[in-house]
Each structure stands twice: as structure tokens, then as C-alpha cells.
Design a protein around this ligand. Structure first.
Ligand SMILES: [Zn+2]
Length: 61
């Protein structure tokens, strides 16, 4: 699993382009992960500007 450098969305290794922001820059160096199931009701997601369902990396290096 790797994380989009731009928006933090975590994707499978074979993904070439971030499905959320179309960035092609990824990193495998992240230390925390946030799983968003319901972005509308998640205060953490709201604080991070996350609006969609998915797994997001936190603390990317
Ligand atoms: Zn992205």
C-alpha cells in the first residue's frame, strides 16, 4: 500500500494515478493511517479536509 503525497489517499501498489486528485506521486513512508467510513460524520475527516470514503495516510515523511 502506498499513499498519495498530495492528498494522502492510500492506494494499492499497482495504481498509477491517485483516484482522488490524479497525482502520480506516492510515498510508502507514512506512520499512521485513518480509515474514513462516513466523511460527513467524522470530525477528524472534516478537520483534514477529507470528503470521501477511503484510507488516508497521516504523518507522511
Ligand atoms: Zn491524491
Amino acid at each position: 500500500m502506498k499513499a498519495c503525497v498530495n492528498c494522502g489517499l492510500i492506494s494499492e501498489e499497482d495504481v498509477k494515478e491517485c483516484p482522488r486528485c490524479s497525482s502520480s506521486e506516492f510515498t510508502e513512508k507514512y506512520s499512521d493511517m485513518l480509515i474514513v467510513i462516513n466523511a460527513d460524520e467524522s470530525e477528524i475527516a472534516r478537520n483534514l479536509g477529507i470528503t470521501g470514503i477511503g484510507q488516508y495516510a497521516l504523518k507522511m515523511r
